[in-house]
Design a protein around this ligand. Structure first.
Ligand code: SAH
Length: 407
């Protein structure tokens, strides 16, 4: 299996550029490259060495991308079909170990699984594949063949319509790589049923990264039988549906997308909990304002036993972090005002640029303003099918907490 030193062209790094790679990061930026020893075609394998010729790893090359090399392995080995089979089986073993019994999950999460440029989601017996690097894109038929052999899915769908592909010079592309399904695909997360439209334009429809957190928040809500729950930024209702199934007395779903709420309603019916659910299309910021503003002598009677806050990322860049923090503080302040003493706040942040400590600081600042003392009862991160490799900070983005309002 060893790769003869002469097999792949060598990308030599400038002095000082190897440290990050040595520490475990798989990206080699264009500016880090000193020279390439032989001509290499875009999408082909190369080996990477530091300026002293010390071997660092093998990966795919693309002269058209700022990510000049994406390393896939730190040992001398050919990046052939057998390599991909080993990597896919390793990724599957991680899911089997940490998400036992799950039937839908992210099977391959790019850098998290040492497969930069490849994402594979499993929705029941259908696989959805995305390739975002040229090297991976070239090999998608071979990878789909392996996925077919290892997982025997009913169908494999390519959903390569993400904007990121243009950074690699790749066109959008979508269609069946194997088999075919008609209509929605039935999916279960923690026993809650969903119908997902894998083909439709905008999203595959489920937040698989919250799978474990849905179950954990539902467990906390099950300890408060009959709870009045608010699911803010509900989308199709991942948290609220789990809460209703766990015994909530009522769940109110709020989202600005009418389409998302129509989905939440359909799913409430599918799971037999619609009678205990209500749905409201609104901007959560405005909705919170309307529900918390009072005149000087009016008292606000908090209506909720539990509030779930799962907003989209408020910032995609480091520069906009301060604005994002203001947004996070505002929704927490208002949410805390609407919570009864002893109530539960489950809150999430998927901004990569806001870390867990900063996120908690913002919540505490909001709690101080709302004159509430909080007891932290759980900390959350992304589900284990989105593995966090601390050497690759980009692999960590989702964090969350559950707090009780000290009565
Ligand atoms: N909790 C959901 C995922 C939420 S995704 C789940 O687990 O399935 C974020 C959602 O927030 C999207 O559905 C989006 O429509 C909604 N959203 C974004 N900004 C909003 C705003 N200002 N007011 C209300 N909804 C908003």
């Amino acid at each position: 299996m060893a790769l003869p030193d002469a097999t792949y062209p060598t990308v030599l790094l400038r002095p000082g550029e190897a440290d990050r790679v040595v520490a475990g990061h798989p990206w080699v930026y264009a500016g880090a490259v000193l020279r390439v020893t032989r001509p290499v075609a875009d999408g082909d394998p190369v080996q990477v060495k530091d300026h002293r010729q010390r071997f660092l790893g093998v990966g795919f090359y693309n002269s058209g991308s700022q990510l000049r090399v994406r390393l896939l392995s730190r040992v001398r080995e050919p990046l052939d079909e057998a390599f991909f089979e080993r990597r896919l089986r390793e990724a599957w073993a991680v899911r089997e170990r940490h998400l036992p019994g799950a039937t839908s999950m992210r099977l391959v999460n790019a850098e998290s699984d040492q497969l930069s440029g490849l994402i594979v989601d499993r929705y029941g017996d259908v696989l959805v594949m995305q390739t975002s690097s040229l090297g991976m894109d070239r090999r998608k038929k071979m990878i789909a063949g392996l996925l077919g052999r290892i997982f025997s899915p009913r169908a494999i769908l390519e959903r390569n319509d993400s904007a990121g592909r243009r950074f690699e010079g790749l066109p959008e592309s979508q269609g069946w790589l194997a088999g075919k399904t008609e209509g929605d695909v039935a999916v279960e997360l923690n026993g809650v049923r969903f119908q997902v439209d894998l083909l439709s334009g905008h999203k595959t429809g489920l937040y698989l990264d919250q799978q474990v957190n849905y179950a954990r928040v539902a467990e906390l809500i099950a300890r408060m039988p009959g709870a009045q729950v608010l699911d803010a930024f509900s989308f199709i209702g991942g948290f609220g549906l789990h809460a209703a199934r766990a015994g909530a007395g009522h769940v109110h779903f709020v989202d600005q997308s009418e389409e998302a709420l129509a989905g939440a309603k359909r799913h409430a019916e599918l799971n037999g909990v619609a009678a205990r659910c209500s749905f409201e299309t609104a901007n959560v910021f405005d909705w919170f304002k309307g529900r918390t503003q009072r005149g000087p002598h009016e008292q606000l009677v908090p209506p909720f036993d539990a509030v779930v806050l799962d907003p989209p990322s408020f910032t995609r860049s480091r520069a906009a972090v301060l604005d994002a923090l203001r947004g996070y503080k505002e929704i927490h302040l208002r949410a805390l005002k609407l919570l009864k003493p002893g109530g539960l706040l489950a809150t999430f942040c998927c901004s990569h640029h806001v870390d867990a400590v900063t996120f908690q600081d913002v919540i505490l600042a909001a709690a101080a303003d709302a004159h509430r003392l909080l007891r932290r009862v759980a900390s959350f991160q992304q589900s284990p099918d989105h593995p966090v490799l601390p050497a690759i900070p980009e692999t960590e983005y989702l964090k969350g907490y559950a707090f009780e309002v000290v009565g």
